[in-house]
Write a protein that binds this ligand. Structure first.
Ligand SMILES: NC(=O)c1ccc[n+]([C@@H]2O[C@H](COP(=O)([O-])OP(=O)(O)OC[C@H]3O[C@@H](n4cnc5c(N)ncnc54)[C@H](OP(=O)(O)O)[C@@H]3O)[C@@H](O)[C@H]2O)c1
Length: 239
């Protein structure tokens, strides 16, 4: 009998997270869907159940370390091993550095970098028990580039890249593969909030990002792709 694989996806209530959750569910994973918007999480789980899959929603404000601490035992109650952890939840505001409050700076750091750190370390024991454990962090083009007006967001996504690089090396001894997937503009609510001036037609689709995540989870052989930078077809190559 095939043991059921389990994947935890944060930000499963958002544009990219819903698509990653559905893609992994269709590939046979039991989904643990983490986010704040309980209605959207419930819609996701209903859709997964309708397709014959398994999905459990866990509500958590990843901006609050105490809430993450409370989430960890709930995850341990749901599974004895964790095959895939996707740190996808993210927050982004547009504001010049001179107008960025300490509160906003700290919030970006907490959700985009500290939460992946706390989850990846807090769930380490469950990951180690999986046959092919994988952590995928969703970075951004601003993990590599510093666009004006995105200081707190870019700093937090650079931090996530640094975390990913160290974790990939430290966790290699545990057999855990750690990747970063860094998309450019993707057609979700986030990009509409940040760049209302941009046309969604030429954007990367959230399904395309989910397809890359799915491909990484399927690579269990001798070849490993550490990072994937995804850009819009109409954007500048090698940004
Ligand atoms: N869209 C883009 O152009 C783009 C480009 C590069 C990278 N990314 C990255 O892709 C990831 C997904 O973004 P998206 O485009 O799908 O945006 P989105 O539709 O706005 O979704 C963001 C997700 O993050 C969750 N989230 C935000 N703050 C949270 C908090 N405090 N606690 C728990 N969950 C929280 C949201 O959950 P709730 O709604 O339930 O709070 C939502 O599920 C992010 O890491 C983002 O930085 C996006």
């Amino acid at each position: 009998m095939r043991t059921q694989l389990t994947a935890l996806i944060t930000g499963a209530s958002g544009g990219i997270g819903v698509r990653i959750s559905r893609a992994l569910a269709a590939d046979g994973y039991r989904i643990i869907a983490v986010g704040r918007d309980e209605e959207r999480l419930s819609d996701l789980c209903d859709a997964v159940h309708t397709s014959g899959g398994e999905c459990t929603a866990l509500s958590c404000d990843l901006g609050n370390p105490a809430a993450i601490e409370a989430l960890l035992p709930q995850v341990r109650n749901l599974c004895t091993s964790l095959d895939v952890l996707v740190n996808n939840a993210g927050t982004a505001d547009t504001q010049p550095l001179s107008e960025t409050s300490l509160e906003s700076w700290n919030h970006h750091m907490q959700v985009n970098a500290t939460a992946p750190f706390l989850l990846s370390t807090g769930l380490l024991e469950l990951l180690i028990r999986a046959a092919h454990p994988t952590i995928i962090n969703i970075g951004s083009v601003v993990s590599y580039v510093g666009y004006e007006g995105q200081g707190a967001y870019a700093a937090s996504k650079h931090a996530l890249l640094g975390l990913t690089r160290v974790m990939a090396r430290e966790y290699q001894a545990h057999g855990i593969r750690v990747h970063i997937v860094a998309p450019g503009g993707t057609a979700t609510d986030m990009v509409q909030r940040m760049r209302p001036d941009l046309d969604l037609d030429g954007m990367i689709t959230p399904e395309e990002v989910a397809g890359v995540v799915l491909d990484l989870t399927r690579m269990k052989g001798n070849a490993v792709i550490d990072e994937v930078r995804i850009r819009r077809a109409g954007g500048t190559p090698f940004p």
